[in-house]
Ligand binder design. Sequence first.
Ligand code: PEP
Ligand code: MN
Length: 351
Amino acid sequence: MLVLMNVNATDEQTQAVCRRVEELGYRPHVLPGATRCAVGVTGNQGAVEADALSQLPGVAEVVAVTKPYKLVSRDMKPEDTIVRFPGSDATIGGAELALIAGPCGVESRDQLFRVAEAVAHSGARFLRGGAFKPRTSPYAFQGLGEKGLEILAAAREAFGLLVVTEAIDHTSLALIEQYADMIQIGARNMQNFALLKLAGQASKPVLLKRGMAATLDELLMAAEYIMSEGNYNVVLCERGIRTFADHTRNTLDLGIVPAVKKRTHLPIVVDPSHAAGVRDKVVPLARAGVAAGADGLIVEVHCDPDRALSDGAQSLYPAQFDEMVRNLRGISVLVGRTMYEPASAPAEARR
Ligand code: PEP
Ligand code: MN
């Protein structure tokens, strides 16, 4: 159910609608729009008694939303969501293509700082790197934990990058909320509903990766879990799915980009690294992702990938990343995107 307010409705009238929704036992979600505000209603099992809301002052119309995902749907919010970050003018979902780059995992201060400096220099505004790694084998590198988050936070200060890092459970999510700028929910946790709810209560934007066998509807319902708890800053990520094709680690489903754009106002970024699995296929997939209309890319970069503790084979060398970004500057113009130009070399790292 969606309550559309009049163009000239006051904030008090919108608040009165929210109070009425709460009295009815449902949850209101204020959705500011370009010209007018709307209030999304969730928590109702069946149809909400529309008359209880349509007669309130300032209400233009009450419309039923028939899709299973409500807050995620373009019906609820026609305008694209632009995710913003306090203290930065970087965005995801606006005109500027978002570039998130860094190693698969944080391995040491030196490793992360070297990559961070390089990707910042190339024009990335977001630094990725897992401190908590969900690994197939319990014997594989599991991440540095809180120590890794401290290193990420130090790199954030040194290079002016926003930090994106993965939460794998309740404990790591609480820590990441303190240290990072964006919480990544990985493919393996896309349907960890308890974790999604917790991410929905967090104060930081969420990067939600598509599960490796998830349909678009399942991805959108996972995003709905986060939004239903009150966190509206969700960015979707296509990172490839399992198919019979064995020439890449996963099959990058770029068809999902226009499908997402049609169904939801949420931004979507493409991860060519986990799709490709090997370095030489990353750049072509990255270019294709931008050409398909993605709002950004998340790319693995490592200065010494042969010695990386995870995903070295798919990690670009900094020089390859730099060349890729230069390539993308041409493509971005064709798809009506801007790209960040670093004004000068980033601040000297405090090593
Ligand atoms: C990662 O980003 O390093 C990662 C583990 O990704 P995914 O969840 O897509 O496998
Ligand atoms: Mn990885």
